[in-house]
Design a protein around this ligand. Structure first.
Ligand code: NIG
Ligand code: FE
Length: 428
């Protein structure tokens, strides 16, 4: 199966394996008049159309981009996409002045979603998740990291991870599952959080690792949730369980989560709204990615992570939605890029690299995805505009016109399209 993507005014991509650091973050390779040849799901060629035809002949299918801009599909390296219910009541309470933590401590927050998620059937969770995945996809995201964490008991955590596996099997988006059983202290352990930490370490983490349903593990390291010492214990045997580490770090208070992530050799330290200068220096000396989630700052009306300082210090900065029902209910990477530029002060080229190649590095997949280069998976988006700045320029609307995943057109003219399934709107 071959696909030729042609007619682009611009093809823009970061290049090279590994996260781009410092000034390299702003360096995109920009082709004018290039075509992209996809063969059997991979990128086989990027360059002049005449050379493409000489080397490969007629393609099975052509996607004419009509003067648009082609970018790599977005990689979203931090999402919580499986949940039931919604928390619009908390949104109103926060607008009236209560904080995220006030609401969590009064019985709302993560535990209110835990209540709804435990009560939902796996079918209901899968249906809700697939609807979210369609929104991720139509906004240009072709790969996500996906966390559990609204079960907070063995059975529901496993069911969430099964939903992630099932969604991965039926949806074009690739999902990389993370166990976040240490997302909060469940109500039944409120009076004895230490017993919950012991249960996670002794039983829940090992059982989930045995199931093979998670690639990585995460902990919400935060004042009033899991402190540094508990987080250290929760992650001490990650290696022997076969898990890489992501960490919710320095989100609401400057606890030193970034330094701990570095100490543990984590793939990423995420949020970092309250990171200290010592934390920035530690990340800059390490391979641990700094995953920034400006949707959370926007939605909680809290400070931005110090994106410029992190980039300038040489940290591997990536961007993600944090898609979840409490602090960032969005699937839209273009919205995140708007916030990263207009809010946090990154340039558009920097934000593109942070949402593609660096985001792929933050989940350990930069050898497979995240840039438009020969040999990588053919995951591409076409913007409704001639240049990559149009990601943000026409703000508040979806700038993504077409999406290609693994060499197949899966969104056409903004609509979910799959030539191999009954969901094809044209019925072919
Ligand atoms: O990344 N901080 C912890 N977890 C989520 C919020 C989850 C929720 O409120 O439901 C976050 O912000
Ligand atoms: Fe999160």
């Amino acid at each position: 199966m071959s696909l030729l993507v042609r007619g682009a005014n611009q093809v823009a991509t970061p290049t090279g394996n590994g996260a781009r650091l410092g000034p390299e973050l702003a360096t995109l390779t920009v082709y004018s008049d290039a075509v992209i040849r996809c063969e059997n799901g991979r990128i086989a060629f990027v360059g002049e159309e005449s050379e493409d035809l000489r080397r490969f002949g007629e393609p099975d299918e052509i996607l004419d981009t009509d003067g648009g801009c082609v970018l790599p599909g977005f990689v979203d390296p931090h999402t919580h996409p499986v949940w039931a219910g919604s928390r619009e009541d908390e949104f109103d309470r926060r607008l009236r002045g209560e904080t995220y933590m006030d609401i969590a401590r009064s019985g709302g927050g993560i535990n209110s979603t835990v209540h709804a998620t435990r009560a939902a059937s796996s079918e209901e969770l899968l249906t809700a998740t697939l609807a979210r995945l369609d929104r991720f996809l139509t906004h240009g995201t072709t790969t996500i990291e996906a966390k559990s964490g609204y079960g907070l008991d063995l059975e529901t955590e496993l069911r969430m991870l099964e939903v992630i596996r099932d969604a991965d099997n039926v949806h074009p988006i690739d999902l990389h599952p993370t166990c976040l059983a240490a997302h909060e202290v469940p109500p039944e352990y409120r009076d004895d959080p230490e017993a919950w930490v012991r249960r996670l370490v002794d039983e829940i983490h090992p059982e989930i690792a045995r199931s093979g349903l998670a690639e990585a593990v995460d902990v919400f390291c935060e004042e009033g949730v899991f402190d540094l010492e508990q987080t250290r214990r929760l992650l001490a045997d990650a290696d022997s369980l076969g898990w890489r580490i992501h960490l919710h770090a320095d989100e609401l208070t400057p606890l030193g989560g970034a330094e701990l992530a570095v100490e543990l050799g984590a793939l990423s330290a995420d949020h970092l709204m309250c990171i200290t200068p010592e934390g920035v220096a530690a990340l800059a000396r390490s391979e641990t990615a700094a995953v920034l989630l400006p949707g959370t700052s926007f939605f909680l009306r809290s400070p931005w992570a110090p994106a410029r300082a992190l980039v300038d210090a040489g940290c591997a900065v990536a961007l993600a939605t944090d898609c979840n029902p409490g602090s960032s209910p969005t699937e839209s990477m273009p919205m995140i890029i708007a916030l990263a530029t207009l809010g946090m002060g990154l340039g558009v080229a920097e934000a593109v690299t942070a949402s593609t190649l660096n985001a792929a590095a933050a989940i350990g997949r930069d050898d497979e995805i995240g840039s438009i280069e020969e040999g990588k998976s053919a995951d591409l988006i076409v913007l409704d505009g001639p240049a990559y700045q149009h990601l943000v320029y026409n703000f508040g609307v979806n700038p993504v016109r077409h999406v290609v995943k693994g060499g197949r057109v899966v969104v056409r003219d903004g609509v979910r399209f799959d030539s191999r399934s009954s969901r094809n709107p044209e019925g072919a």
